[in-house]
Design a protein around this ligand. Structure first.
Ligand SMILES: [Ca+2]
Length: 523
């Protein structure tokens, strides 16, 4: 699925790095910092390189050997697929339960873990264990890859919101249990315990759930592989993707009418709305995307990438309805052009593009053309929505397409809303970073593309030499991102990060690999 095991095997120990060195760090309280999800930070004085302490990284040493540009190191679990968020002096990160090794209260099964760390020191403030969810509706293909918590926490005031590895959506007290067990949810001792085991003994260093909403039990959602959406807050409402998807044989969607996007009251966790687009009837794989939002004219729109490759805009709810309602669709835009969906007049089977299938014609060279879905988060920038097509990277490389959509249109805007498209990239899971009129996006093939945000013209492409699942971050005039070599992190820390001086104006000509792009590996 979305995150394959081959890459995860080397992420045996992951260290939290890159926390800004300055004391007055700019917060990053959610996936993408703000609701536009544009991956840019206002942070200044960031390092050009960083180097891990090799002893610590290999599980030895006491940290006395200070490594280059690393402020502190915190041990996480075996796998860490979520991105850290930072708010009010705390760092939040989702990982897996292996970090609880040595604590007799917890069984080292294959659950998830959320850790809240002190931003200044890296010290553990509290943690919430999420046991492996074994009781699932028959046929569900969920959690089998043991990826831990993949969602990034969203922090607002004293509350943090996250989709857990068990597929539920929880609201957490940022203070944990240290200030008492805030309700209405007070059953943390049982929540954190393995099924059939006695409740966990609570202490100040454990997490405090305020409310919990379970789309599996409440809405009949069948999440697929992992629950990966990061929560979006607009006013009183909280929006999250459900990761609804296919059955184990990947033959059918078990709940085709279950929502892909749910809306909850952020105070109570009560369901207030869902989408009514029946995306499940068209799903290729699963609804893994995270929503974004932006102001278009006098209204706020919610943008969401569907698991069938259609990007949607919904009108944000202003008031909490007494009973759940359907979100009002403002527009839809099909990111799969006809030639990606049909060959010689016949539909192209989605899984023909999965290189692992015996019948696949995908040679994994990036040239395969077939339908894809949306996994990246749509980025809203100056009235337009920027989003690429992508697939589970385990399916291999294949032709992608990056879209720039005019968000002011209404209806089916596949033809009327296109500003430009760019098909010079592979399938991509990456959420774009847009700064100074330039779009930066990575593809599964491991290339970093720089495009003119206004025209879509390619300014340059940089080959990183290995698969890239994550997207870039623009901060302090530099570009940071990782590729699949990151599992070699203890030896190679920092070497996979790139930087370039962001130019004052967009480059207007193609400069593939041109030295003027100023890209280089850090050392
Ligand atoms: Ca509680």
């Amino acid at each position: 699925m979305l995150l394959n095991r081959m890459s995860s095997r080397v992420i045996i120990v992951v260290y939290l790095i890159g926390v800004p060195l300055s004391a007055s760090a700019a917060d990053w309280p959610q996936w993408g910092r703000v609701n536009s999800r544009n991956m840019i930070s206002q942070e200044k004085r960031l390092p050009d390189s960083f180097e891990a302490d090799k002893n610590l990284a290999s599980g030895q040493g006491d940290g006395s050997e200070k490594a280059g540009n690393i402020k502190w190191v915190a041990r996480l679990g075996s796998f860490t697929y979520g991105n850290p968020t930072v708010a009010d002096g705390r760092v939040y990160v989702g990982t897996d339960v292996r970090a609880l090794r040595g604590d007799p209260r917890f069984k080292l099964t294959r659950g998830g873990l959320i850790r809240c760390l002190d931003e200044a020191t890296g010290e553990l403030l509290w943690q919430l264990a999420i046991p492996e969810r074994r009781k699932l509706p028959a046929g569900t293909h969920f959690g089998q890859q043991h990826l831990g918590v993949c969602s990034s926490l969203t922090v607002e005031g004293d509350r943090a919101y996250v989709v857990t590895s068990a597929g539920d959506i929880v609201c957490l007290d940022v203070h944990g249990q240290a200030n008492g067990n805030t309700g209405p949810f007070t059953d943390e001792a049982r929540y954190m315990a393995e099924p059939g085991k006695p409740p966990v003994k609570l202490d100040d260093k454990l997490g405090d759930i305020i409310w919990r909403f379970d789309p599996i039990d409440e809405l009949g959602v069948y999440p697929h592989d992992a629950a990966s959406s990061s929560v979006l807050i607009v006013g009183q409402m909280l929006y999250a993707g459900t990761s609804n998807g296919m059955d184990k044989p990947h033959k059918k969607v078990l709940a085709p009418l279950a929502p892909s996007l749910v809306v909850l009251d952020k105070d109570s966790g009560r369901l207030v709305a869902t989408d009514n687009e029946k995306i499940g009837t068209r799903l290729y794989h699963a609804a893994w995307a995270s929503p974004s939002s932006g102001k278009v004219g006098d209204r706020t729109l919610i943008f969401f990438g569907g698991g069938e490759g259609i990007c949607y805009a919904f009108e944000a709810l202003e008031d909490r309805p007494a009973k759940p309602v359907y979100l009002e669709k403002v527009w839809s835009y099909d990111c799969n052009p006809p030639e990606y969906k049909f060959r010689h007049g016949k539909p192209i089977p989605y899984y023909e593009g999965d290189k692992r299938k015996s019948y696949s014609t995908n040679k994994n060279d990036g040239n395969y053309i077939g339908p894809s879905q949306i996994i990246a988060t749509p980025v809203f920038y100056e009235g337009r929505v920027y989003v690429p097509l992508g697939q589970d990277p385990a399916h291999g490389r294949g032709r992608g397409m990056f879209h720039c959509i005019d968000a002011s249109k209404t209806g089916d805007i596949t033809r009327t809303g296109v500003v430009w498209t760019y098909d010079g990239l592979d399938r991509s899971l990456a959420t774009a970073a847009i700064a100074d009129g330039l779009v930066y996006v990575t593809d599964v093939g491991g290339r970093l593309h720089c495009l003119d945000a206004r025209t879509g013209e390619c300014c340059w492409v940089h080959e990183t030499g290995d698969e890239a699942w994550g997207g870039p971050l623009v901060a302090d005039g530099k570009l940071y991102f990782g590729n699949k070599k990151i599992p070699d992190f203890p030896r190679r820390c920092g070497h996979d990060c790139l930087w370039r001086s962001v130019p004052d104006r967009p480059l207007s000509t193609r400069r593939f690999g041109n030295p003027r792009s100023m890209l280089r590996f850090l050392r």
